[in-house]
Design a protein around this ligand. Structure first.
Ligand SMILES: C[S@@+](CC[C@H](N)C(=O)[O-])C[C@H]1O[C@@H](n2cnc3c(N)ncnc32)[C@H](O)[C@@H]1O
Length: 230
């Protein structure tokens, strides 16, 4: 190797090392061949295929929606831009809705307050033994978390909803540590969604240092058991 090349190599190595140090607050996922779809299907398995009702908030390219094996009448996909079968915002949909669902997947706008609204509405329109799944609860770094979106992979700050669900009363809540964090939620009688004051301005560092380790994070295997349990 020429001296010049060696100098260049050393320089890049130094920068890489520095960057690594800078981004040491990073979240790693469980290595497993599961994703959000695995858990949605597992949840749907609990309900009779002929009558089960599924709602997806935020559908995009139908990557999940098309895999749902229910009749077209029992699948509700809500997105103002693309995919699904209800071209409107979640707020518009819930304001007119009268149907109760067995399984609801929340994956719409990744802004804390919108996701919080989606979650509160989903709880209202969930059958008593139904299951809600939420996507993107575990940002891996500050770029993925930042609002407004500045990174291709983007969870936004919906982790704040996970923090609130974890502190809420009579809500049984877990997060699977895969596929950007998949939340699983069941409601009990007299549940009470707890809105936390002062979360709105918090960013990734607060999530990582203050809340991440307190979240009910479970493995894929445990998640399957949790879904199957009463
Ligand atoms: C991350 S994508 C959904 C991906 C899809 N669920 C999947 O798993 O492949 C988010 C979607 O939410 C939609 N969206 C944005 N604001 C929304 C709102 N207020 N109500 C419902 N959907 C919304 C966007 O148009 C976008 O298609």
């Amino acid at each position: 190797m020429k001296l010049e090349d060696l100098k260049k190599y050393k320089f890049f190595w130094y920068i890489k090392k520095k960057l690594k140090i800078k981004s040491k607050n990073k979240i790693f996922f469980e290595k497993a061949n599961f994703n959000r779809i695995s858990f949605i299907h597992r949840a749907l398995r609990k309900f009779p295929q002929k009558t089960a009702k599924y709602l997806e908030i935020g559908v995009f390219q139908n990557a999940v929606f098309d895999t749902i094996y229910l009749s077209e009448n029992n699948k509700y996909g809500v997105d103002p831009q693309s995919g699904g079968n209800y071209k409107m915002t979640s707020d518009e949909f819930f304001s007119k809705n009268k149907i109760l669902f067995d399984v609801i997947f929340i994956d719409g706008l990744h802004h804390y307050k919108q996701c919080q609204k989606d979650c509160i509405n989903a709880l209202k329109f969930l059958k008593p033994n139904g299951i809600i799944l939420l996507h993107d609860l575990l940002p891996q770094n500050a770029d993925e978390e930042f609002v407004p979106q500045r990174n291709k992979t983007w969870t936004g700050d919906v982790w704040k909803v996970a923090v609130e669900l974890n502190l809420s009363k009579n809500l049984d809540f877990r997060i699977v540590n895969i596929d950007h964090g998949v939340g699983i939620l069941k409601k009990k009688k007299n549940y009470d969604y707890r809105v936390l004051k002062g979360l709105e301005k918090e960013r990734f560092e607060t999530f990582y240092n203050k809340y991440f380790r307190k979240l009910p994070i479970i493995s894929c295997k445990e998640a399957m058991k949790f879904i199957d349990s009463k």
